[in-house]
Design a protein around this ligand. Structure first.
Ligand SMILES: C[S@@+](CC[C@H](N)C(=O)[O-])C[C@H]1O[C@@H](n2cnc3c(N)ncnc32)[C@H](O)[C@@H]1O
Length: 277
């Protein structure tokens, strides 16, 4: 059997794009008082979230940025191609580095599933935050999805079964390898086992710096953001993530947590015109 695309398996086992396009624009409205229409998905991979965004109305536009030709081909040929022809005109995927993509007039920009952990140096993250700031409209929000906690940096393996349309029940394995407390860098991977027993070992591998919430907030402020807000995932009764988030300024320590930092860009008030003598 020819194995299905690893991007299809990833989308069904890791992503929930409807949540992001429903919930985060409500946060945008709460923080800016405006409706969001123009969205940039950074590190977009197969662009599932961006494609979900343009389905919302004929006024919704999305741009997805990634550096990898192979995943961008999948984004265009599978996910963009599945949109109706008009929605396709409102969805563009670009091969661009998020560090240098400064142009735009976006209402909101998102980097999901810890993608920015690929940056190991403070200077790189600051450069990224500055670029995102410039690419936002005068009033905009920037979402960085983060994970952490001691359970996120110790050797660990988690397995789950997911139903993938056209493929069947697929086993997804999330593996946490070694973590270096000095550099704060760790290795992670995703494996899949197909219904016929075939393995896709190390289908995705990550070499991530595990950033702390506080240092990322400080970097966003240094980059120019007027305010930062933390959306903290509420634990359920078992102490695990519930999928519901709330704005918090402090929280209880948890083995593993997921949170979003939101950088808020506010309109700059115009300087009063000097009267001519
Ligand atoms: C973790 S994956 C994408 C995950 C996806 N955003 C999600 O929500 O599940 C990271 C992606 O970032 C891309 N990438 C890495 N560095 C990049 C950069 N500097 N600019 C743009 N894309 C980058 C990789 O090619 C890869 O497709």
């Amino acid at each position: 059997m020819i194995p299905p695309s690893k991007h299809l398996l990833y989308e069904h086992s890791v992503q929930s794009p409807r949540w992001q396009v429903e919930y985060l624009p409500q946060v945008h409205r709460l923080l800016t008082g405006r409706n969001a229409l123009r969205f940039r998905e950074d590190f977009c991979g197969s662009g599932k979230i961006a494609c979900e965004w343009v389905k919302k109305s004929s006024r919704h536009f999305a741009q997805g940025l990634d550096l990898d030709d192979e995943v961008l081909a999948y984004a265009n040929e599978v996910n963009r191609a599945a949109l109706d022809p008009k929605a396709q005109t409102r969805m563009e995927f670009l091969k661009k580095n998020v560090l240098t993509a400064r142009n735009g007039d976006f209402d909101w920009i998102g980097a999901f599933n810890f993608s920015f952990y690929i940056f190991h140096e403070r200077a790189q993250l600051l450069k990224y935050a500055r670029s995102a700031y410039r690419a936002l409209a005068s009033s905009g929000t920037f979402y960085l999805e983060m994970a952490g906690g001691f359970g996120f940096t110790e050797p660990f393996q988690d397995e789950k079964k997911v139903k993938v349309p056209g493929v069947g029940a697929v086993q997804q394995i999330w593996e946490q390898h070694g973590f270096d407390p000095i550099s704060a860098v760790g290795d992670y991977s995703i494996h899949f086992q197909l219904p016929d027993g075939q393995w896709l070992n190390d289908a995705f591998t990550y070499h991530w710096r595990i950033w702390a919430l506080r240092e990322v907030r400080e970097i966003l402020v240094e980059a120019g953001f007027d305010e930062t807000v933390v959306l903290w995932e509420k634990p359920n009764r078992k102490g695990e993530g519930s999928g519901e988030f709330e704005i918090r300024e402090d929280a209880e320590q948890m083995a593993s947590w997921v949170a979003y930092i939101v950088g808020v860009k506010k309109p700059k008030s115009r300087r009063p015109q000097r009267k001519r003598p």
